[in-house]
Design a protein around this ligand. Structure first.
Ligand code: SAM
Length: 227
């Protein structure tokens, strides 16, 4: 495609000129490749945005749904002090193990708690046991339950919580109203949820680059939503 080469070169340029990451990110990425993990973590520019947002809101308690090799997790954990904690939910034991190794190597293990199992089951347990509320939530796992994740995340939010959701454009397929793809349907259900909810401030930013054409939502919770 005509523009892809330009997008990739611009991404390389932005990454080289602007984005400063700790050296452990590169070795963590290398470990994920060597272990055959899918290369579907957020783009570097988005990882940095999450890191800056966590710093900006002084996040102390964060939740990530879908950890993979820990890139998003480390971006949030490294934005916090030693009193911060990121809870990461991950279905794959293998992904969780690689993430734990990466997080240990980065010296962030005291700030991260990775729980394996289905995210929805973990979320229900967290809500029902009143484990506490999160300052920042990053939703980035399977797409079909996106709206369910969002609703239960509201139960785990307080006024001012930032909810970041990846893959909100999904190669543009998100506008296909007659799609029978479960991922597309799941993402569209979240848009419907955002449309009708009056207790949030939200935007979706489109993005291009090495991870293709996609986008992410940034949502701010306006009122206490927990029960
Ligand atoms: C896109 S990757 C996450 C990338 C990560 N947030 C980052 O940017 O560094 C999605 C992850 O969600 C996990 N996942 C998918 N469905 C899940 C579920 N139902 N419960 C928990 N984890 C799930 C996958 O195993 C995968 O590791």
């Amino acid at each position: 495609m005509k523009y892809e080469e330009t997008w990739n070169k611009v991404e390389e340029y932005i990454t080289r000129k602007v984005i400063r990451e700790p050296p452990y990110m590169k070795s963590a990425l290398r470990r994920s490749v060597e272990n055959g993990l899918p290369q579907i973590s957020v783009p570097v520019a988005e990882g940095k945005l999450i890191n800056i947002m966590a710093k900006a809101i002084n996040a102390k308690r964060a939740l990530e749904i879908g950890v993979l090799w820990g890139y998003g997790t480390m971006n949030i954990a490294s934005a916090m002090g030693n009193d911060g904690i990121v809870t990461g939910l991950e279905r794959s034991e293998k992904h969780a193990e690689i993430a734990r190794q990466n997080i240990r190597e980065a010296g962030l293990e005291s700030r991260v708690d990775i729980r394996t199992g289905d995210a929805m089951e973990s979320l229900i347990r967290m809500r029902d046991s009143r484990e506490g509320l999160f300052d920042m939530i990053f939703i980035d796992a399977d797409k079909a339950p996106y709206a369910d994740y969002f609703r239960i995340c509201l139960d785990l939010s307080h006024r001012g919580t930032i909810i970041f959701v990846d893959n909100m454009v999904w190669n543009g397929m998100v506008i296909e109203s007659d799609s029978d793809d479960e991922d597309v349907k799941g993402i569209r259900r979240l848009y419907d949820e955002l449309e009708k909810h009056d207790g949030i401030d939200a935007t979706v930013i489109q993005s291009v680059g090495s991870k293709g054409y996609d986008g992410f939502a940034v949502i701010r919770v306006l009122r206490d939503t927990h029960k």
